[in-house]
Design a protein around this ligand. Structure first.
Ligand code: SF4
Length: 320
């Protein structure tokens, strides 16, 4: 359904005082993955690892510097005008912060009707009828159509954001940390809603999160990102239970567990994530890796398949 190959995105900024210098931040470096029909694929990693940038670049909300993105065989990067509009309809995003993604001056009804009109799906009364049905589907009353975003709680606003993504009948939802800005008490409700929608509508998901427990619960397959690169990929059941990459293992061990008595024993993630403006040579994880060997400081590990059919792979000299 969606194929991403060698995606790259660098940002050039000026930093420093009194003599600012040009700095290149390597946010996304050679990222490749595939999402199959109806599949939930997770991108996981610490804050700043490039997962949200990769998601935005493949949707062309920001332009990638290099790489290929194909949707059912069609080139997304080369698409322009009406062709790009049609492709964008198939892939919709739900943002982390539902408040900033909704226009405070626009009623909920108008926010839902507008995409239908732009994409030629429905207008007037029919668009309003569809918008009311979508609100009900995400657990809000149709009366919400005439209200404004500030009248709703964070969880309700995220439901509105989800309804808006559904207005154009997408096949893939890119969910970018969709519950991390919400109170813990409502996170589970919104996650359950997303899972119900996935099952009812047969939607595929690219689910971006720093939270392994959410990825474990929601996703069929997962890619672990570190400093802009995918370091391990495979079925969630394998990668999150028995990770091969030392960083994926560290993330797994630092992930909250349901049993509170075990939480105190959780190891902390060692060290700080290095700057993407100055990534270490060789394996980008080597300054934090307890298993690093001399080659790790000089040579970028190549991608190696995990044992067994469809078990994904890993980029680590321990498995090369
Ligand atoms: Fe650690 Fe070396 Fe593997 Fe990198 S390549 S994760 S430094 S063992």
């Amino acid at each position: 359904m969606l194929e991403v190959e060698g995606l790259r995105k660098h940002f050039v900024t000026r930093k420093g005082f009194p003599k600012p210098r040009t700095v290149t931040v390597r946010a996304v470096e050679d990222v490749s993955f595939r999402i199959h029909e109806g599949e939930a694929f997770g991108l996981v990693g610490e804050s700043g690892c490039g997962k949200s940038t990769a998601a935005r670049a493949l949707l062309r909300l920001i332009e990638p510097d290099a790489g290929r993105v194909t949707w059912r065989g069609e080139d997304v990067i080369a698409a322009r005008g009406e062709h790009l509009k049609t492709l964008r309809r198939r892939m919709q995003i739900v943002f982390q912060d539902p408040y900033s993604s909704l226009d405070p001056r626009q009623s909920v009804g108008s926010a839902l009707v507008e995409p239908m009109r732009v994409h030629g799906i429905a207008e007037g009364k029919e668009a309003r009828r569809r918008a009311a049905a979508l609100l009900e589907e995400v657990g809000l009353p149709p009366a919400a159509l005439d209200r404004f975003p500030h009248e709703f709680s964070g969880g309700q606003r995220q439901r509105i954001g989800i309804a808006r993504a559904l207005t154009v009948e997408p096949e893939l939802i890119v969910a970018d940390e969709p519950v991390s800005a919400l109170d813990v008490s409502v996170q589970a409700q919104v996650l359950l809603l997303l899972k119900e929608l996935r099952q009812r509508r047969g939607l595929a998901f690219l689910f971006v999160s720093h939270d392994l427990s959410v990825i474990r619960w929601f996703c069929d397959r997962v890619a672990v990102m570190y400093l802009g690169r995918i370091v391990e990929e495979g079925p969630s059941s394998r990668v999150l239970a028995d990770p091969m990459h030392p960083y994926a293992r560290m993330l797994r061990d630092a992930s909250p567990v349901p049993d509170p008595s075990r939480r105190a024993a959780l190891p902390r993630i060692l060290g700080e994530i290095p700057s993407a403006a100055n990534p270490p040579p060789g394996c980008p994880f080597h300054p934090r890796c307890a298993q690093a060997m001399p080659a790790c400081a000089t040579t970028l590990p190549r991608w190696t398949s995990a044992p067994g059919e469809g078990q994904g792979g890993v980029a680590c000299h321990l498995h090369g």
